[in-house]
Design a protein around this ligand. Structure first.
Ligand SMILES: C[S@@+](CC[C@H](N)C(=O)[O-])C[C@H]1O[C@@H](n2cnc3c(N)ncnc32)[C@H](O)[C@@H]1O
Length: 207
């Protein structure tokens, strides 16, 4: 399917109004990601359809569990910006800090902040374990730690009532076994737009 039509179709499936500004930003993101990927190896996905569906739409699934209003969010191990950048493009009320230790990826993320004129993202070139004196309402992450490691390495960055959101494939159940008693989790099953693939959003809260 042609790029713009695919973007519009997927955004509508997600309940997002596909304004010209949003479409132009995703278009620009796609262009820059493919350009930088030749030298920086940012993603294994090469064609437009895969990038739009498996990076952009997959990232936007997180918005389903973000409460209304202004929130301080961090994206742990953002890589080429997923899920944080698509979330920031669609919801400009979210303040999103992208935490990423790889120098090349940080250079790309800083470039994208400027290129997309996104005033609601910050880029922090650190490992999550080394982030101090910053607290977030919500921490999102994709394709980095298993749940137990996430709690161990990143628990210190959440506000008292803060929570984690992860997006996992069907094998997530193995990771839930043996979690500490104070961890409460909710699993939301969602179909990835324009596919029949199931994704599992896992919301982790602490009693
Ligand atoms: C598999 S990539 C996933 C990138 C992105 N979240 C995505 O879903 O496309 C994992 C990323 O986490 C970063 N990373 C690795 N260890 C980290 C740590 N301790 N703290 C923060 N980020 C880390 C890596 O540099 C890499 O960019």
């Amino acid at each position: 399917m042609e790029r713009e039509r695919l973007l519009i179709k997927g955004l509508k499936e997600l309940g997002i109004e596909p304004s010209d500004e949003i479409i132009n930003r995703f278009d620009n993101y796609l262009f820059e990601l493919k350009k930088w990927n030749r030298a920086y190896n940012l993603t294994a996905l090469k064609n437009d359809e895969d990038i739009i569906i498996k990076h952009f739409f997959d990232s936007l699934l997180y918005l389903r569990v973000i409460p209304e209003g202004q929130r301080d969010i961090c994206d742990i191990g953002s890589g080429a910006g997923f899920p944080g950048v698509p979330m920031a493009i669609v919801n400009t009320r979210l303040n999103i800090t992208l935490i990423e230790p790889s120098r090349k990826k940080v250079a790309f993320l800083r470039h994208m902040k400027k290129a997309l004129m996104l005033n609601n993202i910050e880029v922090l070139d650190k490992r999550i374990e080394d982030v101090r004196n910053m607290l977030f309402d919500i921490a999102v992450t994709r394709a980095l730690f298993n749940i137990k490691d996430l709690i161990k390495k990143a628990g210190h960055i959440l506000k008292e009532d803060g929570f984690f959101v992860l997006n996992k494939g069907p094998r997530f159940e193995d990771e839930i076994i043996g979690l500490p008693d104070n961890v409460k989790f909710e699993v939301i099953t969602i179909t990835l737009p324009c596919t029949s693939l199931q994704r599992y959003l896992i919301v982790l809260k602490f009693a």
